[in-house]
Design a protein around this ligand. Structure first.
Ligand code: KG4
Ligand code: ZN
Length: 420
């Protein structure tokens, strides 16, 4: 059972793709829809270097890496959280020594599909005390199912060992909530610190209706919320997601995975060079369509044909292609977001997902927000790509709002989990 209260300590676990992440937060409801979030630990192990060789994320490899990473990452996150609490927050919630039911076949059977994890977890658990957590929150989907299952089985195991309630959340909701964080200055932090200490954020749910643009490796969606936690999909991609298009175009022009940051870097160099080049302009698919849907597959094919036609394409041509592709993609995203904001009378724009790390997209969104005189909530760059902070926050806000009404023990991974 999860007791409903307005101050919770939460552990978040994220394994939907190629980042293994665990975070520990304290979330405090200050007023209705206003929260304070103290980040006690935010640990992440990226598998990018492993998947690079394959030009994309390889699901079974991702699963194996998550299984290997999770037990030591748990110890690291919990020790960090404990240290942060005692050094900077002026209090330590009393942890109790775990009574590990390791003769309990329940844990072994929960982890039967994660080779090696049972013995690794057993070793790690012996190093740490039972944490004083109110809940464990884990990503249920969307994402790669084998990767999601590893996080879920691990979460179920530690929830059973420590008898701590477990909640599953939607990864995309995590991307939305993490965008609402506003970092506090150290001067405003009412904890004793010496220029150091945990990051503290304020989070205020904006005025409704809200239009959210979610752009990641697997998703491109425009969502309308007339109520908090209610999502109506206005439009989505009909083929490739925006991040997927960045990754595929990068591969076409010979750049490594993940393609988004690589394309961005080349494009930036091109703009800084001030050169005119070939004057490449790629089509902006569905930019004038009457709906809110997207399509990036045709744009990727245009890049492919253009690139193939070039004789001995050099660094300059690649740079120009990267910039022209980035322009076309970001222009379509902005144009559809603007249309949604106007037609739906939105009072706030939230953007989330890995592609929001893109600087040009960020600039264009800021410009749109200024022109439309509507607040924009955009994540800090390190919070744009997958992390566990976003999972802990989405779960924390749900728990404070609904308590055990959202509690569900018999859940599994849902690779195609929808927002609505
Ligand atoms: O949200 P995320 O970390 O994982 C998913 O849930 O998919 O998003 C990853 C995607 C990748 O496709 C990656 O290429 C893209 O985000 N990405 C970027 C940038 N950084 C990451 N795309 C464009 N520009 C960037 N700077
Ligand atoms: Zn994501």
């Amino acid at each position: 059972m999860i007791k409903q209260k307005n101050n919770m300590k939460i552990l978040g676990i994220e394994t939907s793709c190629d980042e293994t992440a665990i975070s520990v937060i304290e979330i405090i409801e200050k007023k209705t829809d206003e929260f304070e979030i103290i980040v006690l630990a935010n640990e992440l192990l990226s598998q990018i270097d492993i998947h690079k060789k394959y030009g994309g994320v390889f699901p079974t490899l991702a699963k194996r890496e998550h299984a290997k990473n999770l037990p030591p990452l748990l110890t690291k996150a919990l020790l960090k959280a404990k240290k942060t609490e005692s050094e900077f927050c002026g209090y330590t919630k009393k942890n109790t020594v775990s009574e590990i039911p390791f003769d309990n076949s329940e844990i072994e059977s929960l982890l039967s599909r994660e080779p090696g994890m049972f013995s690794a977890l057993k070793k790690e658990i012996a190093k740490i005390e039972k944490p004083a957590l109110d809940a464990i929150v884990v990503t249920r989907g969307p994402g790669l199912e084998p990767a999601l299952w590893t996080g879920i089985n691990f979460a179920k195991a530690i929830s059973t060992i420590w008898k701590i309630p477990l909640l599953a959340v939607n990864h995309m909701e995590g991307h939305i909530f993490v965008s609402l964080l506003k970092k506090r200055n150290f001067a405003e932090q009412n904890i004793k610190n010496k220029g150091e200490g945990p990051e503290i954020f304020d989070l205020k749910i904006p005025s409704l209706p809200i239009v959210s643009l979610l752009v990641s490796g697997g998703h491109t969606e425009l969502i309308l919320s007339n109520e908090v936690f209610h999502y109506q999909i206005l439009g989505k991609t009909r083929d490739d997601a925006a991040g997927e298009a960045f990754d595929k175009v990068a591969r076409i022009i010979g750049l490594p995975y993940p393609g988004g940051p690589e394309i961005s870097k080349l494009a930036e160099k091109w703009r800084a060079s001030g050169k005119k080049g070939l004057g490449i302009v790629f089509p902006q698919p569905m930019v004038n369509s009457k709906n809110f849907d997207f399509s990036f597959s045709g744009l990727k094919t245009s890049v492919l044909y253009f690139f193939k036609k070039l004789k001995n394409p050099g660094e300059e041509e690649k740079m120009e292609i990267a910039a022209a592709f980035e322009d076309a993609t970001t222009d379509v995203l902005i144009s559809k977001t603007k249309k949604a904001v106007k037609e739906k009378g939105a009072r706030a724009i939230i953007v989330g997902g890995g592609v929001v790390a893109n600087k040009i997209l960020r600039q264009k969104l800021m410009f749109l927000s200024e022109k439309q005189k509507i607040p924009l909530f955009i994540p800090e760059i390190p919070h744009s790509t997958d992390n566990a902070l976003m999972i802990a926050i989405a779960g924390g806000i749900r728990l404070i709002r609904f308590g055990n009404a959202v509690h569900d023990e018999n859940f599994g991974a849902e690779g195609n989990l929808k927002m609505a």
